[in-house]
Design a protein around this ligand. Structure first.
Ligand code: BGC
Length: 431
Protein backbone atom coordinates (compact mmCIF):
# COMPACT_ATOMS: atom_id res chain seq x y z
CA UNK A 1 0.00 0.00 0.00
CA UNK A 2 1.21 3.46 -0.89
CA UNK A 3 4.25 2.15 -2.73
CA UNK A 4 3.67 4.62 -5.60
CA UNK A 5 3.74 7.54 -3.27
CA UNK A 6 7.27 8.86 -3.04
CA UNK A 7 8.63 9.43 0.43
CA UNK A 8 8.22 13.07 1.39
CA UNK A 9 11.61 14.70 1.42
CA UNK A 10 11.42 18.29 2.37
CA UNK A 11 14.35 18.56 4.68
CA UNK A 12 16.29 20.83 2.36
CA UNK A 13 13.39 23.25 2.19
CA UNK A 14 12.91 26.19 4.46
CA UNK A 15 10.23 28.81 5.00
CA UNK A 16 12.66 31.59 4.17
CA UNK A 17 12.53 35.01 5.79
CA UNK A 18 13.66 38.12 3.89
CA UNK A 19 17.39 38.72 3.47
CA UNK A 20 18.86 40.87 6.19
CA UNK A 21 16.18 39.82 8.69
CA UNK A 22 17.17 40.71 12.26
CA UNK A 23 17.08 37.77 14.65
CA UNK A 24 17.72 38.15 18.33
CA UNK A 25 16.32 38.54 21.80
CA UNK A 26 15.31 41.42 24.06
CA UNK A 27 16.02 42.47 27.64
CA UNK A 28 15.67 45.63 29.71
CA UNK A 29 18.25 47.18 32.01
CA UNK A 30 16.44 46.92 35.32
CA UNK A 31 15.45 43.31 34.68
CA UNK A 32 18.96 42.02 33.99
CA UNK A 33 21.63 44.47 35.13
CA UNK A 34 21.22 44.29 38.90
CA UNK A 35 21.72 46.98 41.56
CA UNK A 36 19.78 49.70 39.82
CA UNK A 37 19.93 51.75 43.00
CA UNK A 38 18.71 55.16 41.89
CA UNK A 39 15.48 54.14 40.23
CA UNK A 40 11.91 54.38 41.49
CA UNK A 41 11.46 50.61 41.00
CA UNK A 42 14.40 49.80 43.25
CA UNK A 43 12.98 52.12 45.87
CA UNK A 44 9.56 50.48 45.66
CA UNK A 45 10.95 46.92 45.75
CA UNK A 46 12.41 47.54 49.18
CA UNK A 47 8.84 47.42 50.47
CA UNK A 48 8.29 43.99 48.85
CA UNK A 49 9.25 40.42 49.85
CA UNK A 50 12.83 39.37 49.17
CA UNK A 51 12.20 37.27 46.05
CA UNK A 52 10.39 40.31 44.64
CA UNK A 53 13.43 42.57 44.82
CA UNK A 54 15.68 42.81 41.78
CA UNK A 55 18.96 42.79 43.78
CA UNK A 56 21.83 41.46 41.63
CA UNK A 57 19.39 40.17 38.98
CA UNK A 58 21.66 38.60 36.28
CA UNK A 59 24.46 41.06 37.09
CA UNK A 60 24.53 41.81 33.40
CA UNK A 61 25.91 45.24 34.19
CA UNK A 62 29.20 43.38 34.69
CA UNK A 63 28.57 40.18 32.74
CA UNK A 64 27.38 41.63 29.45
CA UNK A 65 30.34 40.26 27.48
CA UNK A 66 29.54 36.74 28.68
CA UNK A 67 25.88 37.11 27.67
CA UNK A 68 26.71 38.61 24.29
CA UNK A 69 29.15 35.74 23.67
CA UNK A 70 26.26 33.36 24.27
CA UNK A 71 23.97 35.33 21.96
CA UNK A 72 26.66 35.24 19.29
CA UNK A 73 27.18 31.49 19.73
CA UNK A 74 23.42 31.11 19.18
CA UNK A 75 23.67 32.97 15.85
CA UNK A 76 21.83 36.13 17.00
CA UNK A 77 22.53 39.02 14.65
CA UNK A 78 20.58 41.63 16.66
CA UNK A 79 19.85 42.40 20.29
CA UNK A 80 17.37 44.72 21.99
CA UNK A 81 18.43 46.22 25.31
CA UNK A 82 17.73 49.37 27.30
CA UNK A 83 19.81 52.19 28.70
CA UNK A 84 19.05 53.06 32.30
CA UNK A 85 18.11 56.72 32.68
CA UNK A 86 18.52 56.56 36.47
CA UNK A 87 22.17 55.55 36.10
CA UNK A 88 22.94 58.23 33.51
CA UNK A 89 21.19 61.07 35.35
CA UNK A 90 21.29 60.12 39.03
CA UNK A 91 20.84 63.73 40.01
CA UNK A 92 18.70 66.08 38.06
CA UNK A 93 20.66 67.71 35.23
CA UNK A 94 23.96 65.96 36.07
CA UNK A 95 24.95 63.44 33.44
CA UNK A 96 27.39 60.79 34.58
CA UNK A 97 30.19 60.42 32.01
CA UNK A 98 31.33 57.13 33.55
CA UNK A 99 27.92 55.57 32.97
CA UNK A 100 27.78 56.90 29.42
CA UNK A 101 31.20 55.30 28.83
CA UNK A 102 29.81 52.06 30.25
CA UNK A 103 26.99 51.97 27.71
CA UNK A 104 29.42 52.86 24.93
CA UNK A 105 31.36 49.74 25.86
CA UNK A 106 28.18 47.65 25.99
CA UNK A 107 27.09 48.75 22.53
CA UNK A 108 30.61 48.37 21.12
CA UNK A 109 30.69 44.83 22.53
CA UNK A 110 27.59 44.00 20.48
CA UNK A 111 28.96 45.58 17.31
CA UNK A 112 32.25 43.73 17.76
CA UNK A 113 30.30 40.46 17.67
CA UNK A 114 28.36 41.48 14.57
CA UNK A 115 25.17 41.98 16.59
CA UNK A 116 22.99 44.96 15.64
CA UNK A 117 21.74 46.84 18.73
CA UNK A 118 18.21 48.14 19.14
CA UNK A 119 18.27 50.54 22.09
CA UNK A 120 15.32 51.43 24.33
CA UNK A 121 15.60 54.76 26.15
CA UNK A 122 12.84 54.18 28.71
CA UNK A 123 11.72 50.74 29.88
CA UNK A 124 9.36 51.27 32.86
CA UNK A 125 11.95 52.65 35.33
CA UNK A 126 12.56 56.31 36.25
CA UNK A 127 15.26 58.18 38.13
CA UNK A 128 14.17 58.78 41.72
CA UNK A 129 14.42 62.56 41.38
CA UNK A 130 12.05 62.41 38.39
CA UNK A 131 9.57 60.21 40.28
CA UNK A 132 9.66 62.65 43.19
CA UNK A 133 8.66 65.47 40.86
CA UNK A 134 5.52 63.51 39.97
CA UNK A 135 7.11 61.37 37.23
CA UNK A 136 5.05 61.11 34.08
CA UNK A 137 2.13 62.97 35.67
CA UNK A 138 4.23 66.11 35.61
CA UNK A 139 3.56 68.20 32.49
CA UNK A 140 7.30 68.92 32.35
CA UNK A 141 8.09 65.18 32.02
CA UNK A 142 8.52 65.38 28.21
CA UNK A 143 11.05 68.18 28.71
CA UNK A 144 13.08 66.15 31.26
CA UNK A 145 12.99 63.07 29.04
CA UNK A 146 14.08 65.00 25.95
CA UNK A 147 16.99 66.55 27.85
CA UNK A 148 18.25 63.04 28.70
CA UNK A 149 17.64 61.76 25.17
CA UNK A 150 19.62 64.65 23.70
CA UNK A 151 22.66 63.77 25.81
CA UNK A 152 22.42 60.06 25.02
CA UNK A 153 22.05 60.47 21.28
CA UNK A 154 24.85 63.05 21.06
CA UNK A 155 27.19 60.65 22.83
CA UNK A 156 26.03 57.32 21.42
CA UNK A 157 24.85 58.12 17.92
CA UNK A 158 27.68 56.18 16.28
CA UNK A 159 26.90 53.10 18.35
CA UNK A 160 23.33 52.31 17.34
CA UNK A 161 20.86 53.16 14.64
CA UNK A 162 17.62 51.63 15.90
CA UNK A 163 16.08 53.51 18.82
CA UNK A 164 12.96 52.84 20.87
CA UNK A 165 11.96 55.95 22.80
CA UNK A 166 9.49 54.37 25.24
CA UNK A 167 8.60 50.77 25.97
CA UNK A 168 4.84 50.10 26.26
CA UNK A 169 3.54 53.52 27.34
CA UNK A 170 0.01 52.24 27.86
CA UNK A 171 1.14 49.28 29.97
CA UNK A 172 3.11 51.71 32.13
CA UNK A 173 -0.02 53.81 32.71
CA UNK A 174 -2.25 50.76 33.16
CA UNK A 175 -0.04 49.04 35.74
CA UNK A 176 0.90 52.19 37.66
CA UNK A 177 -2.42 54.06 37.55
CA UNK A 178 -5.31 51.71 36.71
CA UNK A 179 -4.57 48.36 38.36
CA UNK A 180 -1.98 50.22 40.48
CA UNK A 181 0.03 47.02 41.00
CA UNK A 182 3.27 48.79 40.02
CA UNK A 183 4.85 51.98 41.26
CA UNK A 184 3.74 54.68 41.73
CA UNK A 185 0.50 52.80 42.66
CA UNK A 186 -1.83 55.75 42.16
CA UNK A 187 -5.23 54.47 41.10
CA UNK A 188 -6.70 57.32 39.11
CA UNK A 189 -8.21 57.31 35.61
CA UNK A 190 -7.46 60.94 34.88
CA UNK A 191 -3.84 60.55 35.94
CA UNK A 192 -3.53 57.45 33.76
CA UNK A 193 -4.65 59.51 30.78
CA UNK A 194 -2.28 62.38 31.64
CA UNK A 195 0.62 59.91 31.84
CA UNK A 196 -0.15 58.52 28.38
CA UNK A 197 -0.57 62.02 27.01
CA UNK A 198 2.80 63.11 28.46
CA UNK A 199 4.47 59.99 27.09
CA UNK A 200 3.06 60.76 23.64
CA UNK A 201 4.43 64.31 23.85
CA UNK A 202 7.76 62.95 25.11
CA UNK A 203 7.97 60.49 22.23
CA UNK A 204 7.34 63.21 19.68
CA UNK A 205 9.93 65.53 21.18
CA UNK A 206 12.46 62.71 21.40
CA UNK A 207 11.74 61.64 17.82
CA UNK A 208 12.59 65.11 16.52
CA UNK A 209 15.66 65.46 18.71
CA UNK A 210 17.05 62.08 17.69
CA UNK A 211 16.62 62.88 14.01
CA UNK A 212 18.19 66.30 14.39
CA UNK A 213 21.33 64.79 15.93
CA UNK A 214 21.38 61.54 13.95
CA UNK A 215 19.42 61.93 10.69
CA UNK A 216 19.91 58.31 9.65
CA UNK A 217 18.50 56.92 12.92
CA UNK A 218 15.32 54.80 12.87
CA UNK A 219 12.99 55.65 15.74
CA UNK A 220 9.84 54.06 17.13
CA UNK A 221 8.19 52.74 20.28
CA UNK A 222 7.73 49.17 21.50
CA UNK A 223 3.98 48.86 21.72
CA UNK A 224 2.10 46.16 23.62
CA UNK A 225 -0.56 45.00 21.16
CA UNK A 226 -3.30 42.47 21.71
CA UNK A 227 -5.41 40.26 19.47
CA UNK A 228 -9.12 40.22 20.25
CA UNK A 229 -12.04 38.07 19.22
CA UNK A 230 -15.70 37.82 20.12
CA UNK A 231 -16.58 34.78 22.25
CA UNK A 232 -19.99 34.32 20.59
CA UNK A 233 -19.25 34.64 16.92
CA UNK A 234 -22.58 36.08 15.89
CA UNK A 235 -22.78 38.69 18.61
CA UNK A 236 -22.87 42.20 17.20
CA UNK A 237 -22.28 43.71 20.65
CA UNK A 238 -19.16 41.61 21.14
CA UNK A 239 -17.89 42.40 17.65
CA UNK A 240 -18.29 46.08 18.42
CA UNK A 241 -16.28 45.74 21.65
CA UNK A 242 -13.56 43.83 19.77
CA UNK A 243 -13.29 46.77 17.40
CA UNK A 244 -13.20 49.22 20.31
CA UNK A 245 -10.54 47.18 22.20
CA UNK A 246 -8.39 47.10 19.07
CA UNK A 247 -8.64 50.88 18.66
CA UNK A 248 -7.89 51.66 22.29
CA UNK A 249 -5.08 49.19 22.88
CA UNK A 250 -3.45 48.92 19.47
CA UNK A 251 -4.00 52.24 17.74
CA UNK A 252 -4.69 54.91 20.36
CA UNK A 253 -1.06 55.84 21.00
CA UNK A 254 -0.37 56.15 17.27
CA UNK A 255 -3.40 58.44 16.98
CA UNK A 256 -2.12 60.57 19.89
CA UNK A 257 1.39 60.99 18.50
CA UNK A 258 0.46 60.92 14.84
CA UNK A 259 2.10 58.27 12.70
CA UNK A 260 4.64 60.69 11.20
CA UNK A 261 6.85 60.42 14.28
CA UNK A 262 7.40 56.69 13.82
CA UNK A 263 9.91 55.21 11.39
CA UNK A 264 8.80 51.70 12.23
CA UNK A 265 6.21 49.84 14.27
CA UNK A 266 7.60 47.92 17.25
CA UNK A 267 5.22 45.14 18.33
CA UNK A 268 5.34 43.40 21.69
CA UNK A 269 2.86 40.55 21.39
CA UNK A 270 1.73 38.44 24.35
CA UNK A 271 -2.05 38.56 24.71
CA UNK A 272 -5.12 37.13 23.02
CA UNK A 273 -8.49 38.05 24.52
CA UNK A 274 -12.03 36.82 23.96
CA UNK A 275 -14.73 39.36 24.66
CA UNK A 276 -18.08 38.22 25.97
CA UNK A 277 -21.34 39.55 27.29
CA UNK A 278 -21.85 36.77 29.79
CA UNK A 279 -25.35 35.42 29.64
CA UNK A 280 -28.32 37.18 28.13
CA UNK A 281 -28.67 39.97 30.65
CA UNK A 282 -25.06 41.03 31.10
CA UNK A 283 -24.80 44.76 30.56
CA UNK A 284 -21.03 45.08 30.48
CA UNK A 285 -18.57 43.18 28.31
CA UNK A 286 -15.93 41.07 30.02
CA UNK A 287 -12.82 39.17 29.07
CA UNK A 288 -13.34 35.43 29.06
CA UNK A 289 -11.15 33.56 31.52
CA UNK A 290 -8.69 31.24 29.77
CA UNK A 291 -9.89 28.42 32.01
CA UNK A 292 -13.22 28.64 30.15
CA UNK A 293 -11.60 28.39 26.72
CA UNK A 294 -9.42 25.48 27.94
CA UNK A 295 -6.52 26.78 25.84
CA UNK A 296 -2.90 26.02 26.58
CA UNK A 297 -1.34 28.69 28.78
CA UNK A 298 2.14 29.83 29.83
CA UNK A 299 3.35 29.83 33.44
CA UNK A 300 1.90 33.37 33.68
CA UNK A 301 -1.51 31.97 32.74
CA UNK A 302 -1.40 33.74 29.36
CA UNK A 303 -2.96 31.89 26.45
CA UNK A 304 -0.67 30.42 23.79
CA UNK A 305 -2.20 31.58 20.55
CA UNK A 306 0.21 31.75 17.58
CA UNK A 307 -2.45 32.96 15.11
CA UNK A 308 -2.73 36.14 17.15
CA UNK A 309 0.68 37.37 16.06
CA UNK A 310 -0.46 37.09 12.44
CA UNK A 311 -3.57 39.15 13.28
CA UNK A 312 -1.69 41.96 14.99
CA UNK A 313 0.98 42.16 12.30
CA UNK A 314 -1.69 42.44 9.60
CA UNK A 315 -3.65 44.94 11.67
CA UNK A 316 -0.64 47.22 12.21
CA UNK A 317 0.49 46.78 8.60
CA UNK A 318 -2.10 49.40 7.69
CA UNK A 319 0.45 52.07 8.68
CA UNK A 320 2.72 51.04 5.79
CA UNK A 321 5.82 51.10 7.95
CA UNK A 322 8.44 48.43 8.57
CA UNK A 323 7.56 46.22 11.53
CA UNK A 324 9.85 44.76 14.16
CA UNK A 325 8.56 42.20 16.64
CA UNK A 326 10.26 43.90 19.56
CA UNK A 327 9.05 41.28 22.08
CA UNK A 328 7.33 37.91 21.97
CA UNK A 329 7.88 35.00 24.28
CA UNK A 330 6.61 32.98 27.19
CA UNK A 331 7.34 32.14 30.78
CA UNK A 332 7.77 28.39 31.02
CA UNK A 333 9.82 25.86 32.89
CA UNK A 334 8.80 23.37 30.19
CA UNK A 335 11.40 24.04 27.53
CA UNK A 336 9.74 21.78 24.93
CA UNK A 337 6.84 24.18 25.14
CA UNK A 338 9.20 27.07 24.37
CA UNK A 339 10.47 25.19 21.26
CA UNK A 340 6.93 24.69 20.04
CA UNK A 341 6.07 28.29 20.85
CA UNK A 342 9.01 29.60 18.82
CA UNK A 343 8.27 27.44 15.81
CA UNK A 344 4.54 28.05 15.75
CA UNK A 345 4.69 31.84 16.31
CA UNK A 346 7.46 32.24 13.74
CA UNK A 347 5.43 30.24 11.24
CA UNK A 348 2.69 32.85 11.62
CA UNK A 349 5.22 35.67 11.20
CA UNK A 350 6.35 33.93 8.01
CA UNK A 351 2.76 33.84 6.73
CA UNK A 352 2.29 37.51 7.55
CA UNK A 353 5.39 38.31 5.48
CA UNK A 354 4.01 36.18 2.63
CA UNK A 355 0.79 38.17 2.90
CA UNK A 356 2.73 41.39 2.33
CA UNK A 357 3.70 42.62 5.80
CA UNK A 358 7.13 44.27 6.03
CA UNK A 359 8.43 42.46 9.07
CA UNK A 360 12.15 43.16 9.40
CA UNK A 361 13.10 41.52 12.67
CA UNK A 362 12.10 39.34 15.61
CA UNK A 363 13.34 39.78 19.18
CA UNK A 364 12.40 36.94 21.48
CA UNK A 365 11.62 37.85 25.09
CA UNK A 366 14.00 37.12 26.59
CA UNK A 367 17.65 36.30 26.09
CA UNK A 368 17.97 35.18 29.68
CA UNK A 369 15.68 34.54 32.69
CA UNK A 370 15.28 37.81 34.54
CA UNK A 371 13.43 39.95 37.05
CA UNK A 372 9.77 39.88 36.02
CA UNK A 373 8.68 43.11 37.77
CA UNK A 374 6.03 42.56 40.48
CA UNK A 375 6.21 38.78 39.83
CA UNK A 376 9.84 38.64 40.91
CA UNK A 377 12.21 35.90 39.77
CA UNK A 378 9.80 32.98 39.51
CA UNK A 379 8.68 33.33 35.86
CA UNK A 380 11.26 31.91 33.45
CA UNK A 381 11.26 33.78 30.16
CA UNK A 382 14.83 33.05 29.05
CA UNK A 383 16.39 31.24 26.14
CA UNK A 384 19.18 30.98 28.66
CA UNK A 385 18.47 29.68 32.15
CA UNK A 386 19.76 31.60 35.17
CA UNK A 387 20.84 30.03 38.41
CA UNK A 388 20.50 33.14 40.59
CA UNK A 389 22.35 31.62 43.54
CA UNK A 390 25.53 30.95 41.54
CA UNK A 391 25.00 33.45 38.70
CA UNK A 392 25.62 30.55 36.29
CA UNK A 393 24.06 30.56 32.84
CA UNK A 394 22.83 27.45 30.99
CA UNK A 395 21.75 27.49 27.37
CA UNK A 396 18.30 25.90 27.01
CA UNK A 397 17.49 23.52 24.13
CA UNK A 398 14.95 26.04 22.83
CA UNK A 399 17.82 28.49 22.36
CA UNK A 400 19.51 25.88 20.17
CA UNK A 401 16.34 25.34 18.15
CA UNK A 402 16.13 29.12 17.67
CA UNK A 403 19.80 29.10 16.62
CA UNK A 404 18.92 26.60 13.87
CA UNK A 405 16.09 28.82 12.68
CA UNK A 406 18.45 31.78 12.51
CA UNK A 407 21.10 29.76 10.70
CA UNK A 408 18.51 28.86 8.05
CA UNK A 409 17.11 32.41 8.02
CA UNK A 410 13.72 30.79 8.44
CA UNK A 411 11.95 27.61 9.40
CA UNK A 412 13.34 24.40 7.94
CA UNK A 413 10.56 21.90 7.31
CA UNK A 414 11.96 19.39 9.76
CA UNK A 415 11.15 21.84 12.57
CA UNK A 416 7.53 22.19 11.47
CA UNK A 417 6.92 18.52 12.26
CA UNK A 418 7.40 19.34 15.90
CA UNK A 419 4.51 21.74 16.30
CA UNK A 420 2.45 18.85 17.67
CA UNK A 421 2.21 18.58 21.43
CA UNK A 422 4.55 15.63 21.68
CA UNK A 423 7.51 17.71 20.58
CA UNK A 424 10.74 16.88 22.37
CA UNK A 425 13.67 19.21 22.02
CA UNK A 426 16.22 16.38 21.83
CA UNK A 427 14.45 15.01 18.75
CA UNK A 428 14.49 18.42 17.10
CA UNK A 429 18.14 18.89 17.89
CA UNK A 430 19.20 15.44 16.67
CA UNK A 431 18.75 16.81 13.15
C1 BGC B 1 7.67 44.06 29.07
C2 BGC B 1 8.80 43.28 29.70
C3 BGC B 1 8.22 42.09 30.45
C4 BGC B 1 7.47 41.21 29.47
C5 BGC B 1 6.89 39.94 30.07
C6 BGC B 1 6.61 43.21 28.42
O1 BGC B 1 5.37 43.79 28.57
O2 BGC B 1 8.18 45.01 28.17
O3 BGC B 1 9.54 44.12 30.52
O4 BGC B 1 9.18 41.37 31.14
O5 BGC B 1 6.41 41.95 28.94
O6 BGC B 1 5.91 40.24 31.01
Amino acid sequence: MGKDIPKAKHDHETLKFPDGFLWGAATSAHQVEGNNLNSDWWDWEQTQEENHRSQEACDQYNKYEQDFDLAKSLNHNAHRLSIEWSRIEKEEGVFDEKEIEHYKKVLAALKKRGIEPMVTLHHFTNPLWFAKKGGWENFKAPYYFERYVKVIISKLKGYANLWITINEPQVYAYMGYLTALWPPQRKNNLKAFIVIWNMARAHNKAYKTIHKISPEAQVGIAHNVGSFDSFHHHSIRETFVVWFADITQNHFFYKLTGIKTHDFIGLNYYFNKYISFNGERAKLPSIVDVAVTKKEVTDMGWEIYPEGIFDVIMDLSDYHLPIYITENGLASTNDDRRCRFLISYLKEVYHAIQTGAHVKGYFHWSLIDNFEWADGFKPRFGLIEMDYATQKRRVRDSARVYAQIIKNNGLPHYLLRFIGHTVKAEEVLKK
